[in-house]
Design a protein around this ligand. Structure first.
Ligand code: G5P
Ligand code: MG
Length: 226
């Protein structure tokens, strides 16, 4: 199915709520271009760019990087996909970032994945990542076909330096203090759509149905009097 117009969506949720996992499904199902602030930062750390070297300790300690740094990085990347429908994952994370985003484009909808913190802690310590693509695995939920290797490329998987129990606690705290106000920001604008649960496989059909309706309203059956 071809989209009739450009569609811009943001996916939010606490660390480990499944933003990356659900984004992968949205990309596959709806063909949106995925832009993840965390993946971008990790690529900079891996490539040892000046920005990556400066931000590594911030990320490893579970703190947010400064608003101006991440905003510049994301807005630069967004320029190369401005003619595509996209899905922003991990940005905005503060009200200041949300205002910056608003100043350059209009977002159609904000998907909020709401998963209890207790569920998250268990998940993140068993997460494995394919760094170049951002593909995520989990020993319990979606293990790779061959242990330690990416299903698509066969390249080695890594564990993130910020997936230790202490850093996960700090990331959740920073989410509560700095990111939850962003949910309120979008809620007050009538843009927030929240999906709650403890299992991605149960949440996903609802997100899929919601996006189908938003992206292809013409396919919705008209129910009414004959
Ligand atoms: P990131 O990279 O944006 P977070 O902390 O927001 O990191 P994270 O950890 O990437 O979010 P996620 O994408 O929400 O989590 O979750 P995921 O990877 O899909 O799923 C987590 C695990 O659970 C995986 O192993 C997956 O397989 C498994 N899983 C999924 N569903 C289920 C399920 O139903 N059951 C089970 N059992 N498992 C499941 O940001 C990282 C850092 O970068 C900086 C900050 O320092 C941040 O801490 N940063 C920013 N700083 C400032 N501003 C910004 N905008 C920034 N963006 C990034
Ligand atoms: Mg992620």
């Amino acid at each position: 199915m071809v989209l009739q117009r450009i569609f811009r969506t943001v996916i939010m949720g606490p660390p480990g709520s499944g933003k990356g996992t659900v984004s992968g499904r949205i990309v596959k199902r709806f063909g949106l271009t995925h832009l993840s602030s965390g993946d971008l930062l990790r690529a900079n750390v891996k490539a040892q760019t000046e920005l990556g070297l400066l931000m590594k300790s911030c990320i490893d300690q579970g703190q947010l990087v400064p608003d101006d740094v991440i905003s510049r990085l994301i807005l630069t990347e967004m320029r190369s996909i401005e003619k595509s429908s996209w899905l922003l994952d991990g940005f905005p994370r503060t009200v200041a970032q949300a205002e910056t985003l608003d100043s350059v484009c209009s977002v159609d909808t904000v998907i909020n994945i709401d998963v209890p913190f207790q569920t998250i802690k268990q998940r993140l310590t068993s997460r494995w990542l394919h760094l170049p693509s951002g593909r995520v695995y989990n020993i319990d939920f979606n293990p790779p076909k061959i242990s330690g290797l990416d299903d698509v490329t066969g390249e080695p998987l890594i564990q993130r330096d910020d997936d230790t129990p202490e850093t996960i606690t700090r990331r959740l705290k920073s989410y509560e203090i700095q990111t939850q106000p962003v949910l309120e920001y979008y809620r007050s604008k009538g843009m927030l759509e929240t999906f709650s649960g403890t299992e991605t496989n149960k949440i996903w059909p609802h997100i899929q149905a919601f996006l189908s309706k938003k992206l292809f309203p013409q396919n919705e059956k008209v129910v009414g009097k004959a």
